[in-house]
Design a protein around this ligand. Structure first.
Ligand SMILES: Cc1cc2nc3c(=O)[nH]c(=O)nc-3n(C[C@H](O)[C@H](O)[C@H](O)COP(=O)(O)O)c2cc1C
Length: 360
């Protein structure tokens, strides 16, 4: 049993720490014959990479991906694909003053008590540096999904309580905080800027949309599509809530509003967010992913040290003022990984499909 792996058939295992040699992943279960575009993997990593603007951590990493295995002459061979991203801009000295104390809201306290030691340099394995490997894996998943027309998109829905009114995924691609709404982007930017000035951080919400999913993906009862998407999102650093479709709001509504009626042309609304009974219904799959404010802030905070004595946490180093921004790209990648896995799992679930594969 591995706790650093995810997925049943399209299975990823990630490794590496924030200030170690680098971050990498093994992606097993990728069908042979897929054209692996390295530039595309790189472009996905570039969307997540740190230090692109003042709204992100100042840790500048090129995040250049190296393909180690599983690809021959640009085509997947059906063997495990190994990807590696070297760490190049570690500043472990910045963390020396906190090596014996626990940063409030970070994983220092729990990692130390669980393992009896901790790699304090940049948060070690608990650092979101690991999410670069998820984005690289997600790029491979997207390449597979593209073969059948499935698209995964993301953007920033809210920064604190400044929420999008109009959703425009193509606009999200063009602005530095990936905001979905042109009209409120400036307001969201200003809030992040203000928090940064005040040595504080702020929470936010990412919206992920999966378009053109075929009907039938998801494996009831314990591998339902919504259940696994929620697991994938909740597993991302700093995510504190996930909603599918109307989510929690559905609990405030009546059935007459919430039920998605159907006619011969399809569903007349999509409150369910494209999933019924844990199975995709062919509509867009909408997921809201709620990120907490960045734990590392530059204000003195009360904490304790390893000897359980009171201490003050005063941070140096470079941190994202709002993790939701780069987190949205991670959420998009995880959604793609889930969809790739569900797609491959679904192939063996009906005799007529199996016959088509083997008998033509
Ligand atoms: C893309 C991304 C970037 C992050 N950057 C930072 C950061 O610069 N500083 C920090 O303290 N936490 C950062 N985090 C959040 C921490 O990794 C996370 O809060 C910590 O591991 C504790 O886990 P938990 O919040 O899920 O309990 C980031 C998270 C994501 C998804």
């Amino acid at each position: 049993m591995s706790f650093n792996s995810f997925g049943k058939i399209f299975n990823i295992t990630t490794f590496g720490e924030s200030h170690g040699e680098g971050i990498g992943c093994i992606i097993d279960g990728v069908p042979a014959g897929l054209k692996i575009d390295k530039d595309f993997i790189q472009s996905e990593l570039d969307r997540r990479k740190p230090g692109k603007s003042k709204y992100e951590t100042g840790r500048k990493e090129e995040d250049e991906v190296k393909i180690l295995s599983g690809v021959f002459e640009g085509i997947s061979t059906g063997t495990p694909i190994g990807l590696f991203i070297k760490n190049t801009n570690q500043k472990s000295k910045d963390y020396e003053n906190i090596k014996d104390i626990f940063r409030p809201a970070h994983a220092d306290f729990t990692y130390f008590h669980k393992y009896g030691l901790r790699d304090y340099r940049g948060g070690g394995r608990s650092s979101a540096r690991e999410t670069a490997a998820r984005v690289a894996s997600g790029a491979i998943a997207k390449i597979l999904l593209k073969e059948i027309g499935i698209k995964v998109l993301s953007g920033i829905y809210a920064i604190a309580d400044i929420k999008a009114n109009e959703i425009d995924f193509s606009y999200a691609k063009t602005n530095i905080i990936y905001s979905l709404d042109k009209k409120i982007q400036e307001k969201q930017l200003k809030l992040i800027e203000q928090c940064k000035k005040e040595h504080d951080s702020v929470g936010g919400v990412a919206l992920v949309k999966i378009k053109k999913s075929p009907i039938g993906l998801g494996e009831p009862i314990y591998y339902k599509l919504d259940g696994i998407l929620a697991e994938a999102m909740m597993g991302i650093n700093g995510v504190k809530g996930v909603e599918i479709g109307d989510g929690i709001k559905a609990s405030e509504k009546k059935g007459t509003y919430n039920n998605d009626e159907i006619d011969k042309n399809g569903f007349l609304s999509n409150h369910s967010g494209g999933i019924l009974g844990g199975i995709s219904n062919g509509e867009d799959i909408n997921i809201k992913v709620y990120f907490k404010p960045t734990p590392s802030i530059f204000k003195p905070q009360k904490t304790i040290n390893k000897n359980n004595e009171n201490a003050i946490c005063e941070l140096k180093g470079r941190h994202d003022p709002c993790i939701a921004i780069r987190g949205s790209i991670v959420a998009e990648a995880m959604a793609a990984i889930v969809m790739a896995d569900m797609l491959l799992l679904n192939m063996g679930r009906r005799l007529d499909n199996i016959k088509k594969i083997y008998n033509g």
